[in-house]
Design a protein. Structure first.
Length: 383
């Protein structure tokens, strides 16, 4: 199935994405509805698991296949992929597993989503200086901003690949090499770009992303990428039968971790979640992330023009293509954005309501590739 075929065939679109039969869903930066094939993969795994041993009900190489698909999407090696669940858990494993030298500092963005703030703030308890990045406008992080605020004591920079309100995408190919040249680890929360835009890990040391947004997968079925050269520095902080050597399930005197990213997977796999993750990865690769990205930028341009005509202010409206995303957040000074959000919901149009630190509320539209122009126009008609 290609993107062109999907958008040209309404019966196919309704079959693959059942949500369109009952509502206009424009909130994929929040929590996505599951495509039919993803829901059916989870249901099939549950049905088969009801007939006996759940683990033997799935193919022998099922987890390895899922790991390989995730690696393919990221441009990584399967040995660099751990399947650990929520982004918050993955980032906490990273924050807790790294050793920091005395007087080290980490640089984070205080107005990122809290999942990518709190794990790093906790490092202050270990004597690490936590620095907050200063930027000109909400979520608009340029490589120059970051490089101007690191120094010889900076051990790690932790940022989101795309800001959850402004929709500003980080320029990974420019920022990553500059940090590596300075010997600074680069950790990326990629939940707002994985499945929507190419997110290669060539210039990243660590990356985490759950599947329940743009990847169109289940909640708590996430990916943790750890560059091979970094794995010995990132010590696992969870222990179990799966990530430590225990032949015949007999404990050994020496704690010896697996030699790859499976060292971060302590116990039994979340088979139901991985069944959905595998189907979601296959769908994203089938449609093609480049095609998805181009379609999201096309939809963004359509929304920007219409919102400006209606007198709304759009965050990041002037973002160049390399920084633009499928997230469009807007407001009008003095307008009741919560009431507008409620009115759209009453019309069967799902959007998100978000607020910044100053209390300004924004309506956030985040359509995906399967949404049609007619659906966008239906939402715009309510504005």
């Amino acid at each position: 199935m290609t993107l062109a075929e999907l958008l040209a065939n309404e019966d196919l679109r309704r079959h693959e994405f059942p949500v369109v039969t009952r509502s206009v869903y424009l909130a994929h930066a929040g929590v996505c509805p599951l495509p039919r094939r993803v829901a059916e993969a989870v249901a099939a795994c549950a049905r088969d698991g009801a007939l006996g041993d759940q683990e033997t009900a799935v193919p022998r190489d099922f987890v390895a296949q899922t790991r390989a698909l995730a690696a393919r999407l990221l441009g990584a090696a399967p040995e660099e992929i751990a399947l650990v669940g929520p982004t918050s858990l993955a980032l906490s494993l990273v924050a807790n597993g790294l050793a920091f030298r005395r007087h080290a500092n980490v640089l984070v963005y205080f107005d990122d989503y809290p999942s990518n703030v709190y794990p790093w703030m906790s490092l202050a308890e270990r004597g690490v200086e936590v620095r907050f990045l200063n930027v000109r406008r909400l979520g608009e992080i340029r490589p120059l901003d970051v490089l101007g605020q690191v120094d010889e004591s900076t051990a790690l920079v932790a940022l989101a690949s795309c800001h959850f309100i402004s929709g500003w995408r980080l320029d990974l190919p420019r920022l990553g090499p500059a940090l590596r040249q300075r010997g600074i680890l680069f950790c990326v929360d990629a939940i707002q770009s994985l499945g929507a835009f190419p997110t290669p890990v060539e210039h990243v040391d660590i990356l985490a992303a759950d599947a329940h947004k743009w990847l169109l997968g289940p909640c708590a079925a996430g990916i943790l990428y750890v560059r091979r050269e970094v794995q010995e520095r990132l010590r696992p902080t969870v222990y179990g039968w799966h990530n430590l050597r225990c032949p015949d399930f007999v404990a050994r005197e020496e704690l010896k971790f697996r030699p790859d990213a499976r060292r971060y997977e302590a116990g039994s796999a979340n088979l139901l979640g991985l069944a959905g993750l595998k189907a979601a990865l296959e769908l994203a690769l089938e449609i093609g992330v480049d095609a998805i990205a181009a379609e999201l930028l096309r939809k963004r341009a359509r929304l920007l023009a219409a919102l400006r005509d209606r007198g709304y202010e759009v965050l990041g409206a002037g973002a160049p293509p390399e920084n633009a995303s499928g997230i469009v957040s807007f407001y009008r000074p003095g307008a009741d954005m919560a009431a507008l959000h409620a009115r759209l919901a009453a019309e069967g149009i799902h959007t998100s309501l978000r607020a910044d630190r100053a209390g300004q509320r924004y309506l956030r539209l985040s359509p995906h590739y399967y949404n049609t122009d007619a659906e966008l126009d239906r939402a715009l008609a309510q504005l």
